[in-house]
Design a protein. Sequence first.
Length: 241
Amino acid sequence: MLFSWLFPRLKSCVWCGRPAPGGGFCTGCRQQLLAWRQHYRPCLYCGRLLPLGKEAACSQCREELPPFQRARAAGPYQGLLKEMIWAFKYQGRRSLAIPLGHLLAGVVVRELGPGRPDLVIPVPLTRARLRVRAFNQAELLALVLGRELGLPVDGDVLFRIRETAPQVNLSRRSRWQNLAGAFQVAAPGKITGRRLLLVDDVLTTGATASACTRALLAAGAAGVAVVTLATGIENLPFFSA
């Protein structure tokens, strides 16, 4: 009942208002969100998008593999998906959580292999950002994904032990330095020997996902996979339109 109250199902597209049988996104919006598959495929390791026909791994992963087993995203941080994420995070459009969470569930089933995660964990916000935004977008997405796939979700396992500067204007090197040692596990017994699925809205350099993964592995997790709404495209500026 609480879930239905937080995320009411609509008969029209939650984004454009056109008919959407069963709720969520209409056919037109869904086609736009999936159009990238005609031109790109994910890096084998971090999920960053590469033009079809290129190497299996991006240049960053060829240089150094990430600590997580695999990361995948629903699409590039461009166009319609970028607009939706912005509205969801910064304009309080929480009604987007259900259809975006469904997109993530599809990514997990399609891209992350047959090994079923034991627990879903959202990336935590800083306390200051949570006060301003009033909700953690990663946790809302994790709740929808967990409900869709029948997986337990725990938003209290991982927390930030210090405030960090916003990542948006930092270089790749600065992002990694900013987040080094920023996360800690509250209850290691909950994750010891378990396969974890880490959920966030966007993966840029992978600094946040890597910092979270290292904390989880140090606390005894058997492995960590990552799923996000958006990621970057190799050799393109991340915050391009």
